[in-house]
Every structure is written in C-alpha cells, then in structure tokens.
Design a protein around this ligand. Structure first.
Ligand SMILES: Nc1ncnc2c1ncn2[C@@H]1O[C@H](COP(=O)(O)OP(=O)(O)O)[C@@H](O)[C@H]1O
Ligand SMILES: [Mg+2]
Length: 253
C-alpha cells in the first residue's frame, strides 16, 4: 500500500494529498479541543458524526448555489474536497447572544439579536484567534474589499440556509463559524466555503428546552458530546435509522 502524503494535522482534522491535483482528503478525528486546545479529550465517534454532518450541510449549500469545497464523502471519516488557499479569518455569524459576545459586552446569553452580527477573528492559535475589524483585514492585506463583500454575502447565505434547516428540526442556530478559501481559475479567483460545518463550529440549542447540542456540552461539561451530536444527526435524518450507537471500532466476524 502506498503511503499518503499528510499535508497538515490540526486539532480536529488531518489533510492528506488527494487523488487528483487540486484535491485534498479531509480526515475527521475524534479529538475534541476547547479554549485553544487547553482542554482536550477523545470523544469516540465524533469524527464520524462531523464527517456526515459537514457533508450534509455542504451538499445543501452546493445545491442552492453557495459554493463550497466539498466534492464527495469517501468513507466514514473522510471526504474529498477542493484544495484552496484559506483566508486566515474565522468568520462568525451570530443570531442570538452567547459565548464571547455575552462575556465581552455583558449581553445576557439567549438575547435574540435584532439583526445577524458578523465578526472576524484572525486565525492564529498562538495569538488565541483575536478579533479583528475590516480595517485590520485591509491594512494587513488578508482580504481585499471585493473579498470582504463576497465573504459577507457568503456568510449571510450560509446563515439563512443553516437557520432554516435547523429550525425545521426544532433547533435554534445561535451562531456559527466558517472558513473561506480562495480557488484560482486562470485569471480569476473565487471564494468558497471551506473547512467544516458541524456542531463543533456552531451553537445549536433545542428550540423548546434550550438544551445545548453543540461543542459547549464539552466546553462546559454538560454531558456526553457524542450523544448531543447524534441527536442533531438523528433529527436531520443524517445517520441511518436504527444505526448502532457509535463506539470504539469493533471486529465484526
Ligand atoms: N479545502 C481546504 N483547502 C485547504 N485547507 C483547508 C481546506 N479546508 C480546511 N482547511 C484547513 O485545514 C485545517 C483543518 O484542520 P483543523 O483540525 O480544523 O485545524 P486547526 O487546528 O487549524 O483548526 C484548517 O487549518 C483549515 O483551515
Ligand atoms: Mg479547525
């Protein structure tokens, strides 16, 4: 068997060289991290769930004309994606106050925002992903004004799509983070949604009870993370019905 070339190993995923130029294989690990990797744990089955959920959301976005890096799922833990140049920003869209917004500005968690708030964070683990403004982004050349217009439009389209999909299964999309990549096409470049969209990168609250169904379960020790993600997948009809709960790999005779 030929050894695959590992391009990058991050906190939650591994990128391998893909089968064709311009492609990558994205492998979803079971590692859960929070607070810039100060808190770490292995959550059995998380990678399988996030691979499926990210496939589901990215496919939906591709279908409504929001371009993403997703090409196809390869197996339980891997998907084939278009390789792109990641813009070093975490783009956050908020519909309801929570997390750092509540903390920084003293807005009570759960306060519904009168309009979505889009925030940008500079993607740098060493610096703890500091928040930046469009001024910083322009001054340091991370993205052009045209890019920023496109990023805002992509972020809001993803928000509309995700909010609708989640509300239909009784889940409130509180906020989420996306990463955007550049694809070069001759003299042109276009921006696409890259990385992942999963309960690791969204805040999801049950619409009735307010129960958290996202990575806050891990951040705040609120219960079993895999159970929460399984519930999201179940409601969306993403995991096959009656499938066994995902546990450690087992030998099947
Ligand atoms: N289509 C893509 N092309 C190139 N890089 C990508 C693509 N999608 C995601 N990435 C990058 O791959 C890495 C995914 O691994 P992850 O474990 O999330 O890393 P990190 O610890 O940096 O968040 C991220 O750095 C992300 O920016
Ligand atoms: Mg990441």
């Amino acid at each position: 068997m030929a050894r695959r070339k590992k391009i990058y190993e991050g906190k939650a995923k591994i990128l391998y060289e893909g089968p064709e130029p311009g492609t990558l294989v994205q492998y979803f690990k079971d590692d859960a991290t929070a607070f810039n990797a100060q808190k770490k744990e292995v959550v059995d089955g998380k990678g399988v769930l996030n691979n499926r959920l990210s496939e589901f959301f990215m496919t939906g976005l591709n279908n409504i004309g929001v371009p993403t890096h997703f090409i196809k799922r390869l197996n339980m833990r891997e998907q084939l994606v278009r390789s792109c140049e990641i813009i070093p920003l975490e783009v956050v869209v908020r519909n309801v106050a929570a997390g750092s917004l509540s903390k920084r500005l003293g807005i009570e968690e759960g306060t519904v925002l009168t309009r979505p708030i889009v925030e940008y964070y500079y993607k740098d683990d060493k610096l703890g992903d500091p928040m930046v403004t469009e001024e910083h982004i322009a001054a340091f050349g991370w993205a052009s004004q045209q890019d920023m217009d496109d990023i805002l439009s992509l972020a809001l389209r993803v928000n509309d799509f995700m909010s609708g999909v989640m509300m239909a299964v009784g889940i409130r999309l509180v906020d989420f983070k996306i990463e955007i990549g550049r694809l070069y096409d001759g003299d042109y470049q276009r921006l696409i949604v890259a990385d992942e969209i999963s309960p690791d990168s969204c805040r999801l609250w049950d619409a009735e009870s307010g129960q958290k169904l996202d990575k806050d379960v891990f951040r705040r020790d609120l219960g079993d993370l895999a159970d929460a993600y399984t519930e999201v997948a179940r409601r969306l009809g993403v995991m096959p019905k009656n499938s066994q709960p995902i546990t450690k790999p087992t030998l099947i005779n």
